[in-house]
Design a protein around this ligand. Structure first.
Ligand SMILES: Cc1cc2nc3c(=O)[nH]c(=O)nc-3n(C[C@H](O)[C@H](O)[C@H](O)COP(=O)(O)OP(=O)(O)OC[C@H]3O[C@@H](n4cnc5c(N)ncnc54)[C@H](O)[C@@H]3O)c2cc1C
Length: 406
């Protein structure tokens, strides 16, 4: 086992894999550890969708950069990566959310995103499984894409390994040593790695790893689920992703059937610090009931989902923050300790740009753009009160697509 590195990345999911790759491209000697096999926890269980228009301009910018990076990844790294750039559609069924559709189009266009209002007829042409008769407003973002979720971090790790990154599966970080307010080393059962830089990308365990350096990372791991149906008539991989804003539901083609996921009003929240030490995401209890309820709400839009046989139920523990923004920061008070987490169920698709800007930050000593909306200490007293933090994160999750504030 190596004994020193320029940077140690803790957690080999979407965020960690991208950070490790981009650090290596900047010439850093990097080790990336995972407590389990790499890319086996929440990341490979995602839906694999992008939605570039986000709730704030910084996240939209990062999400746009990420789509560009995904489309360039093979040319840049020689790693094959399959993606389906068929665009995404979002519709609103009520006046309140129709106003948000118009707002997202205006904001996206102002940032140079290829988002535009479309008719119901056009939406149905792009996604024939959609019946948009109830929609009051619909947008289409042509460059949005979907991919097999595990493929992206696996591609980054393969490319990182070729650039000399040391990948250490089944190697949990168990302690982080600091001296005089600086990161100094990462301790694992297999040995200690001296390093001036640690990046906490431990997903549902981000708080556990943060606590090793005395840091409170305010986020709540929250179960998110989707299902995939058996093949259904007329479904093609070339059809667009569809989201229904009012009900926080998404649907896309998958394996000749439909993938359906959504955000229920009362999700299961998990205390990462109370998880058994041998817990893995595959042990997470899944429950079809919330998805069945959400599906009933959109039978009119997706009649094929009525009584569609389910081939797979899938779920993981994305990490939710009170304002729906990620946490990407160098933690004040512990120099060299960075966090990339608080994925808010959008971490896979934004991981390329997050990895790139964090690598720039580590190497240059400052991020290439103002990341202050994503800083760790933005929640004030809320971060110190577990009950309030959970309530705020639950509300945010339940209103995932909505720009309403609590
Ligand atoms: C059903 C579902 C659908 C989703 N759909 C989308 C989508 O369409 N688009 C999108 O962008 N996002 C989506 N997401 C969210 C996406 O999956 C997450 O944002 C992303 O996977 C977060 O990656 P991560 O690296 O933070 O976490 P993970 O993939 O869980 O990686 C964290 C890693 O850290 C490791 N680790 C933990 N503790 C330690 C330790 N002490 N030492 C070493 N390693 C450790 C873990 O073993 C794990 O491998 C979805 C999620 C789910 C569950």
């Amino acid at each position: 086992m190596i004994t020193s590195a320029d940077a140690v990345v803790i957690g080999a999911g979407a965020f960690g894999a991208s950070v490790a790759y981009h650090l290596a491209r900047r010439g850093q000697r990097v080790a990336i550890l995972d407590a389990q096999a790499v890319v086996t926890q929440t990341s490979p269980r995602a839906a694999g969708l992008t939605q570039q228009i986000r709730s704030d301009p910084l996240m939209t910018e990062l999400a746009m950069r990420s789509v560009h990076q995904i489309t360039q990844l093979t040319a840049e790294s020689d790693e094959p990566l399959v993606y389906h750039q068929n665009g995404s559609i979002k519709l609103a069924l009520t006046e309140l959310f129709a106003a948000q559709i118009h707002d997202e189009v205006a904001k996206g266009q102002a940032q140079g995103l290829d988002i535009a209002l479309i008719s119901g007829r056009e939406a149905q042409r792009l996604a024939p499984f959609l019946h948009p008769e109830r929609a009051l407003a619909i947008w289409y973002t042509a460059s949005d894409l979907y991919l097999e979720p595990g493929d992206l971090p696996r591609a980054y790790l393969n490319a990182a390994q070729r650039l000399g990154v040391t990948i250490l599966p089944h190697t949990p970080a168990t302690a982080i040593g600091t001296r005089a307010g600086r990161v100094e080393r990462v301790v694992t059962p297999q040995g200690t790695i001296e390093t001036p830089v640690v990046i906490d990308t431990a997903g549902a365990w981000t708080r556990v790893v943060g606590a090793m350096a005395g840091i409170n990372v305010p986020l709540v791991p929250t179960r998110h689920q989707l299902y995939i149906t058996q093949p259904l008539p007329g479904i093609q991989a070339t059809q667009s992703i569809v989201r229904v804003l009012d009900f926080n539901v998404y649907v896309r083609p998958e394996r000749g059937g439909l993938m359906m996921g959504g955000y229920e009003p009362d999700p299961l929240q998990v205390d990462g610090q109370a998880l058994p030490s041998d817990f893995q995401i595959k042990d997470l209890a899944l429950d079809m009931t919330p998805l069945s309820r959400l599906t009933e709400l959109v039978y009119a839009e997706f009649p094929l989902l009525r009584n569609a046989p389910v081939a797979e139920l899938r779920g993981g523990l994305p990490t939710i923050t009170p304002d729906g923004r990620h946490i990407v920061d160098q933690v004040p008070g512990v120099a060299g300790f960075f966090v990339a987490s608080g994925c808010c169920v959008g971490g896979l698709s934004i991981s390329p740009a997050v990895g790139a800007v964090l690598a720039d930050w580590v190497v240059e000593g400052a991020p290439p753009l103002d990341l202050s909306p994503l800083r760790l200490n933005r929640f004030g007293a809320l971060a110190q009160d577990e009950e309030q933090l959970s309530a705020a994160c639950l509300w945010r999750y339940a209103h995932h697509y909505s720009h309403e504030e609590q």
